[in-house]
Design a protein around this ligand. Structure first.
Ligand code: FMN
Length: 201
């Protein structure tokens, strides 16, 4: 049985919430410099379909969420968004539950404490992946474009850091909609699996 964490109104309220609960993940500040050259990362980006079950370090988790939809300035995201409105939400699905990414505080707010990764097991390689990002939005025209920018940023970070990643459109969307606290008008766009390579890769 899925157990939602009770912390008042979910995402809408969470965006406003300043309180941090024990089960939330406070991400370390993202490292905004260094790494592989951009052209090399563009060249090396690939979809990978095997993952170690090793959990991601907090540092890598921080970089991934920052790349996806972090704030690079007080009112600027790491991706362009239509009219600067930032119509995108990023959820992180992990073994220890479901989290909503809050760019303003660079934290992951836990919204459920159940492992729902089996929803994504429509392809075998998903059974061990430690992180699945789920992109949602409300603007039918523009939110999917925002998701594309976000998953490309994550794919480039993964390439530069030696992580494996793959965009996933193939999953049980109805089951996922049951476990995400979708607000009226909010719809699921696509997902993306991220993890370390297996030792034999
Ligand atoms: C919107 C979208 C949905 C995708 N869905 C899946 C998927 O469900 N399963 C999968 O294994 N790969 C999926 N992919 C990855 C593509 O198969 C992959 O990008 C393509 O084969 C090209 O390979 P490359 O990414 O290594 O260049 C998806 C890619 C995109 C952009």
């Amino acid at each position: 049985m899925l157990k939602f964490i009770s912390s008042g109104c979910l995402l809408g309220g969470l965006l406003m919430a300043s309180s941090v609960l024990a089960q939330d993940i406070i991400l370390p500040p993202a490292n905004r410099t260094g790494g592989m050259s951009l052209m090399q990362a563009i060249t090396e980006r690939r979809s990978h379909r095997s993952f170690s079950d090793r959990d991601l370090s907090l540092e890598d988790l921080s970089q991934i969420l920052y790349a996806a939809f972090g704030l690079s300035a007080s009112d600027k995201y790491t991706i362009p968004t239509s009219m600067g409105k930032g119509d995108l939400k990023v959820y992180a699905v992990r073994a220890d539950g479901i989290y909503a990414y809050i760019p303003q505080t660079h934290t992951l707010k836990q919204i459920a404490d159940t492992d729902v990764r089996s929803i994504f097991n429509t392809q075998d390689y998903m059974s061990t992946v430690p992180l699945i990002l789920v992109y949602t939005g409300t603007d039918k025209e523009n939110a999917p474009l925002h998701a594309g920018s976000a998953y490309q940023n994550v794919g480039l970070y993964a390439a530069s850091a030696g992580l494996n990643s793959v965009v996933r459109g193939y999953f049980d969307e109805a089951a996922l909609a049951q476990v995400l606290p979708l607000e009226p008008g909010e719809f699921i766009i696509v997902s993306q699996a991220v993890g370390y390579p297996t030792v034999d890769e």
